[in-house]
Design a protein around this ligand. Sequence first.
Ligand code: IMP
Length: 177
Amino acid sequence: MSSESKPRILFSREEISATVSRLAAEIKQDYQGKHPLLLGILKGSFVLMADLIRLLNFPLEVEFIRLSSYGGSRQSSGRIKVVQGLRSPIKGRDILVIEDIVDTGLTISFLLDYLRQRKPASLKLCALTDKPSRRQVPVTIDYPGFTVPDEFIVGYGMDWNEQFRYLPELCSIEVED
Ligand code: IMP
């Protein structure tokens, strides 16, 4: 059983829009003319991906990968598996991973290692939110959005037990596992 409180807004639509525009401007400067592959991690990154690519008006491709992590919903177990893999080869490509949140860092570290083994030309990370207080392994976020407190974050694509992805703001909820 799990229960949760009413979502409390941490970042408004306007703040999100300004941050996504800032990220897009940085990405545009670095990737224009490179035809990068933006690789979203399902499901949490789909809203960011949709908003971001519409601000990047240059040729790029979009792919998604789905990972699973065993363990409770609050805590990443670190035992991660690729459930839906890449459909395009990434060898020699400029890959920009799009993630919703870096918490312990275990998921993204696993994915970056997995991708690195496939020899991309370059590999960078854009993460909408960063919860550095819970980090277990070091992670470099090349394009960071918001730093968030040690609270459970929902909205703008992020869920708690598949709930709240539809919220247009970034919110926090109190959860009990
Ligand atoms: P990590 O492996 O602990 O860094 O967790 C990464 C994944 O766990 C993210 O991609 C999310 O799917 C999920 N996650 C971690 N913290 C939160 C949160 O506060 N809200 C929603 N999902 C989270």
